[in-house]
Design a binder for this molecule. Sequence first.
Ligand SMILES: Cc1ncc(COP(=O)(O)O)c(C=O)c1O
Length: 393
Amino acid sequence: MTRIYLDHSATTPLDPRVLEAMLPALGDLYGNSMSVHSFGRDAERTIEQARDTIARLLNCRPHEVIFTSGGTESDNLALRGPAQSARTDGRPFTLITTPVEHAAITVTARQLQQVLGAALRIVPVDHFGRVSPDALRAALQNLPPDGITLVSLIYANNEVGTLNPVAECAALAHEFGAIVHTDAVQAAGNFALDIDVLGVDMLSISSHKLYGPKGTGALVLRDGVDFLSSHSGARHEDYRRAGTHNTPGIVGTAKALEIARAELDDTTARLSALRDRLIDGVLSRVPDVELTGHPADRLAGHASFAFRSVESNTLLMILDQHGIAASSGSACKVGNPRPSSILEALGYGPDWTRGGLRLTLGRHTTQDEIDTVIDVLPDIIERTRKLSAISMS
Ligand SMILES: Cc1ncc(COP(=O)(O)O)c(C=O)c1O
């Protein structure tokens, strides 16, 4: 059976050019970057070159790039750094975020509320999953004097692909003296991110979402942000993220970002055309389905749907039997089907919130693959509806 991989928002295959760039760091360049000898200095030089590349591509200063173990850790550092700084200085901490963030933000936010007494304000989103500057403005009112406020806003939604007006929201939040973080994990391979243009103070990226290695990423932390790292140990990354450097991962991150940037225009044009073909095909051939997320302001390779009276775990398993790898985009686990909290936040009712499907295209996706999915999906949905009726009753 030929397999079709349509889960690029979950992870991407390692680009062979990235692997090639990483090989020396997996071999001869094994020195510890903190060692004084030549082995250590070789590793350090390699890491600093990668840092320079990433800083150039994101338009920030090299020392503002902190290497991490990926998006989850970057998000954790971004939220915990200002929260701990506030706590240490005895200042009130307010975190303003949205109901459509990745678990790395939502779970951390709840922990900060419970453990550090952070005040949490959740800004509602519209039916597409987008925050409006007006809603953010409302959430920025009556902040405690002398407090630290952090706004954390997802750039591109992992489940429904919608893009947020990050630059506009960042400018607004700054008027109220807030620090601004964006989770750009899904956006990084899809846009020429420019920290100055976005106007954010912190930005998270993850390498494996852009054809780089897993377990590696970065947090951009601009100078002057109130930040006390939650990741303590030796003096790596200027005391902001302790732990021996993952030299191959760091080299891979820089190379992956470089390739994504060089090929951005071609990739975007190809993927958006395939995505639109897929969306049109599904909407015209399957009854009781809605496109979720914004129809135009969405990630190039991202198609997401809600099917009425469908249980997405069953759907994913049947798709898998047909060799099609997809996801629901939510944290559903087999045996524990839960409604998608993201679809709930977008206003979908109970008939729809268990029926999310995310089909995310990548560099190697072909038109034939898309046409195959369009051909088989109507029958698969019909079968799933029958099975879901049994399991949901
Ligand atoms: C928007 C978003 N943020 C954070 C993460 C976590 O990234 P990582 O897998 O590198 O920990 C993901 C991964 O799915 C994501 O989609």
